[in-house]
Design a protein around this ligand. Structure first.
Ligand code: ACO
Length: 325
């Protein structure tokens, strides 16, 4: 059987650091509240006119190609998971392909919010497993600052900009993407959405003035769904693959809230030191959190490590992937 192995990972975060202390200067909040409720200390913001999410995809992809000694002309496919595309069309993946010189690839975006990277990794791995393609770039990236209302303390404290890319290549060894469970429930849209800017509510002066072009959420409802569903789906994939907490080398959870992460780890009976965590320095980068975690912890990963990725987010969407490094 051909499997899709991750043969490289690289992330990118912009330089600008937005700290809790700076947030205190423009919304009614405190470092103490943000830290105790979310675990976030700071997040990165992509500054500069004309710079969209593609910048994150381009920077991480270029570094990844260099690191793995890959010729961009050899890339067959680029999938970019994002909810903050540079524009509705063309796809951000098309723009990334052009900038990195992937002239022989086809490319498209996937919109599944915080679960986007899981959706993209699952999709990308199938193209490898069929034997049809040899090199697939899977990117998760978001410039959340472009859809955040910095007067809304319930959202602006959570999100940041960043992301990363992985290279998928075929292997006949027992490593790579081993299993995947993906779920979606559109009735969750009422709790977490960006109402404006699509075909239902195109941008007008009124819609902009009514703050409809920002992400909005019912935080506590999202929290409850996230805690239950993320833990359930992670436990389900472990059971399906006969894995116990002791068999797991790493849990890579979506970085939305430290309390959601802790609850998921407890449910899986995975020890705290095996949980990848970088929410403190990047906040929630939506599609970007999982590749950013893999990048941050890359040096600690050993061949054959059992890794469980899990996420929950807008849609609702959620899922889990069992990966062997
Ligand atoms: N600073 C200070 N006080 C605040 C802030 C803030 N930034 N935000 C809200 N509060 C206040 C509220 O107004 C409320 O005050 P009240 O009791 O006087 O009405 C109080 O704090 C408690 O508010 P809750 O919303 O109940 O606080 P909660 O403990 O649920 O934490 C949070 C809020 C952090 C948003 C949490 O619900 C959460 O993390 N939800 C998950 C949302 C999420 O991660 N969404 C991202 C996309 S989906 C995903 O990635 C999973």
């Amino acid at each position: 059987k051909i499997r899709a192995a991750i043969t490289g990972v690289h992330g990118y975060v912009p330089d600008y650091v937005l700290t809790n202390q700076e947030l205190e200067t423009f919304v009614d909040t405190s470092d103490e509240w943000i830290t105790s409720r979310t675990g976030i200390k700071e997040r990165r913001i992509l500054k500069g006119e004309g710079k969209g999410t593609s910048v994150i995809g381009i920077e991480s992809s270029k570094a990844l190609l260099e690191k793995t000694g890959t010729d961009p002309k050899d890339i067959d496919l680029i999938i970019c998971a994002t909810v903050t595309p540079d524009m509705p069309f063309p796809a951000t993946a098309n723009l990334i392909a052009d900038e990195i010189g992937a002239v022989n690839s086809f490319s498209y975006d996937i919109s599944a919010a915080c679960s986007g990277f899981l959706y993209a990794l699952t999709t990308g791995s199938q193209f490898i497993e069929t034997g049809k393609y040899k090199k697939v770039l899977v990117i998760g990236a978001d410039k959340m600052s472009s859809i955040i209302n910095y007067k809304d303390r319930t959202t602006c404290i959570i999100f940041g900009d960043g992301g990363g890319a992985v290279l998928l290549e075929p292997t006949t060894e027992e490593v790579g993407v081993m299993d995947s469970i993906l779920r979606a429930d559109g009735s969750g849209a009422q709790y977490l959405q960006m109402p404006g800017g699509g075909s239902r509510m195109p941008a007008t002066v009124e819609s902009v003035q009514a703050d409809k072009h920002y992400a909005m959420q019912e935080g506590s409802a999202v929290f409850k769904f996230a805690v239950t569903n993320m833990a359930d789906v992670a436990a389900e994939i472990m059971e399906k693959n006969n894995l116990t907490g002791d068999d797991i080398a790493w849990l890579v959870p979506h970085q939305a809230n430290k309390r959601i992460i802790d609850a998921t780890a407890r449910r899986m009976e995975v020890a705290e030191e095996k949980v990848m965590l970088n929410i403190e320095k990047y906040g929630n980068t939506t599609s970007g959190t999982l590749p950013l975690c893999l990048w941050d912890y890359e040096k600690q990963l050993k061949k054959g490590d059992n890794i469980i990725l899990a996420a929950f987010g807008g849609g609702f969407t959620w899922g889990s992937i069992y990966l062997k490094w």
